[in-house]
Write a protein that binds this ligand. Structure first.
Ligand SMILES: [Cu+2]
Length: 416
């Protein structure tokens, strides 16, 4: 189970055998729009057909080239029931290999969908049939493990309902699939990042800030320089190049999920972003977290939570008033945000809060100034002290859920 976070090292590795093909849209690419309405198209099991192809996607009115399944970004919602056998025929209409990895699902290794590891990949023009028993339930997702197709839109939600009644009661539900999407082709982004690492970080500190003693001491600055890094280097790619999408829609497109006042609404959050960790909140509503990565958890109420790459969280909200609420997915480095709306009727909107102050990383966050830990956590622990008080309410989480304060995650270990 490996996602493809566009972390610099892994990107370099992924680019190894790719060359820079696929940089422009072939003439036979089909056209379409982002999503088809308030909810994603749903395909129910056991027999499902998916077709991988090019798509002309519009995000906030701007056209871009995407790789899509069945002509939508995200791909259709696949819905199964635990105990079924899933049979999914995947046809590749691209001119390069493709694949599907079933993220978080326990499947026979030949069905895991990692090209070169467990199967050769799906060649152009070919159809591959995935078949596996569904032995779990919950919120999962699926995505390409070939080339840089995932950041271009090749991802979709996958829900498995439990065999009996769902212990998480709700009156309705919405999938909330988060992603980062660049109108610049990922191969181009990669090439430019190899040439200059901070290229898309426009939040670097200024000499003025240093002289005013605002951010950090000269010694600290020198230490950062030695690492050829920068304390604002929280994400390699930022809102400078990304649109932050919710269900394939930009902030201006404003994806809207409907509710009737008083209903218990289950929101299934999935972070399909290649690079971005998000802080999620819906001003005016308490979020009751009920599941993490497909596993039901002891419910815990929060104002805000953080979702890292490839994670899923199920959240219950209960809006009582006949009014709209804004759903904010703010990038952890505060370089931008995704925005959607929950409302009783389409067309209603609520105030969109401004971006909050960005956090600064400390040398400890990079594992450079840290006492040796018995557990061998190395550089992968995080420094609680970096929480910026300007970042809003402290995030409370229950036991069994990973630490979710609004701060960056620097791990270069596989996320899944
Ligand atoms: Cu994955």
């Amino acid at each position: 189970m490996r996602a493809s976070p566009l972390n610099r090292r892994r990107l370099l590795k992924a680019a190894g055998g790719l060359g820079l093909a696929g940089g422009f849209l072939p003439g036979w690419a089909i056209s379409g729009t982002a999503g088809t309405g308030p909810d994603l198209p749903t395909l129910t099991g056991p027999d499902i057909e998916l077709s991988v192809g090019h798509l002309r996607l519009k995000v906030d009115g701007r056209p871009a080239h995407a790789v899509a399944m069945n002509g939508t970004v995200p791909a259709p919602l696949l819905r199964f029931r635990q105990g079924q056998t899933a049979r999914i025929r995947v046809t590749n209409t691209l001119d390069e290999d493709t694949s599907i990895h079933w993220h978080g699902l326990l499947v026979p290794f030949l069905m895991d969908g990692v090209p070169g590891l467990t199967f050769p990949g799906i060649r152009p023009g070919e159809t591959f049939t995935y078949e596996f028993p569904l032995i779990q339930s919950g919120t999962y997702w699926y995505h390409s493990h070939s080339g840089l197709q995932e950041p271009m839109g090749h991802y979709g939600p996958l829900i498995i309902d439990p065999p009996g009644p769902d212990p998480i009661a709700s009156d309705r539900e919405h999938v909330v699939m988060l992603s980062d999407f660049s109108p610049i082709h990922p191969h181009k982004l990669l090439q430019r990042m190899k040439q200059q690492s901070g290229l898309y970080n426009d939040q670097k500190q200024t000499v003025g800030g240093l002289l005013a003693g605002k951010d950090q001491s000269f010694t600290q600055r020198r230490e950062w320089a030695k690492m050829l890094m920068d304390p604002t280097d929280i994400s390699d790619l930022t809102g400078v190049v990304f649109d932050f999408l919710i269900n394939g829609h930009g902030p201006k497109d404003n994806w809207t999920g409907l509710f009737k006042p008083g209903e218990r609404v289950r929101l299934r959050f999935i972070n399909a972003a290649a690079q971005t960790i998000f802080n999620i909140r819906i001003p005016g509503l308490k979020l009751t977290m009920v599941a993490a990565d497909g596993q039901n958890i002891e419910p815990v109420e929060v104002d805000e939570f953080q979702i890292a790459n490839a994670e899923t969280y199920d959240v219950i909200v209960q809006p009582l008033e006949d009014k709209a609420y804004t759903l904010v997915s703010e990038a952890v480095d505060r370089s931008g945000m995704g925005r959607a709306t929950l409302a009783p009727r389409l067309g209603m909107t609520a105030e969109v809060p401004p971006l909050r102050a960005r956090p600064l990383a400390t040398l400890r966050d990079m594992g450079m100034d840290m006492p040796k830990m018995a557990g061998g956590m190395g550089g992968h622990t995080m420094d609680m002290s970096m929480r910026n008080p300007a970042n809003g309410p402290e995030v409370k989480m229950g036991p069994g859920v990973q630490m979710l304060a609004p701060m960056p995650n620097y791990g270069d270990t596989p996320l899944n």
